[in-house]
Write a protein of this length. Structure first.
Length: 235
């Protein structure tokens, strides 16, 4: 599309949990350069990956990628500190960095509150062991969910992903309107999960489930999910 000047890349991808390969990212960079497109790489979930499946920052794949990219990172997902309202933009290209700097200051976005910077520093400098334990718990929770769905809800299909604490589940064998499904599950069981239509495409066939919680709470949620699905199917 000739009028396109920016591509927004979710790296790793939310909601499917895909970890893009270096080859994928390099191909995106080459396409962006050919068509004079800036890549805005949202890497907020970059810290949350399964063991052995670390993500590659977009700007790290080549000088070409670095030169045409704006990368956004934040401690908010990893450390559950969204209330800090803290994020960082990484922009290697000086001219592009000056444009963004002017824009965020014009719109008064570059004014962190009193807790944002010290909170971010504390998270990044003292939280490494906690992040390792977090990732181990999330990986185990995703495995628990996948096993549960396979055994108790075979009509659903979990999309395998190695990043984020979110799981993308195919519900098309139950319904093509997962907004109605999610509403029914919430009304009958109290479980709140996200309908996929908001993500575009064929998202209406999918739901998104957050597994960043203690295992006992996850199991309670899975039991509610099964009860809600079965009641929806019988209605």
């Amino acid at each position: 599309e000739p009028l396109t000047t920016m591509m927004i890349l979710c790296n790793p991808h939310n909601p499917v949990g895909k970890v893009w390969t270096s080859a994928d990212l390099q191909h995106i960079a080459e396409l962006a350069a050919t068509h004079h497109v800036t890549v805005f790489s949202d890497e907020i979930h970059g810290d949350i990956t399964d063991d052995g499946h670390g993500y590659t920052p977009f700007a790290a794949v080549s000088d070409l990628a670095a030169n045409l990219s704006v990368t956004a990172v934040s401690p908010s997902k990893t450390f559950n500190v969204a209330a800090l309202h803290a994020a960082t933009l990484i922009i290697p290209n000086e001219n592009l960095r000056n444009q963004v700097d002017r824009g965020i200051n014009t719109d008064e976005l570059a004014e962190p509150n009193a807790f944002a910077i010290p909170g971010s520093i504390a998270a990044y400098t003292t939280g490494s062991q906690w992040v390792h334990e977090l990732n181990a718990t999330i990986t185990a929770n995703k495995q628990t969910l996948t096993t549960f769905v396979r055994q108790q809800l075979p009509e659903l299909h979990v999309i395998a992903g190695h990043a984020t604490y979110l799981v993308w589940i195919d519900c098309r064998d139950v319904t093509h309107d997962t907004q109605a499904l999610c509403s029914a599950i919430r009304q009958t069981t109290g479980l709140f999960i996200s309908a996929g239509a908001v993500y575009g495409g064929d998202g209406h066939d999918f739901v998104r489930i957050n597994v960043a919680c203690p295992p006992a709470r996850l199991q309670d949620g899975l039991n509610r999910l099964a009860a809600g699905i079965h009641q929806f199917e019988q209605a």
